[in-house]
Write a protein that binds this ligand. Sequence first.
Ligand code: SF4
Length: 59
Amino acid sequence: MATSQIPVCPLMSAGNDIPIICVQERCAWYVANLKKCSMYIIGHNTMLELKNKLENRSN
Ligand code: SF4
């Protein structure tokens, strides 16, 4: 079975019985040059900051 390359939008899917796919350029939170949702970018950056803090703590 093939899997979709377009991610499901967690905001628009919340409370729906069926998943809603990301509308990409039609959403204000989509960062077109990175081809990513800003929620993903914020989460990714937060994880990198946490990883750096944990690494610095152990040194
Ligand atoms: S860019 Fe918009 S539509 Fe796409 S996942 Fe993010 S919030 Fe949802």
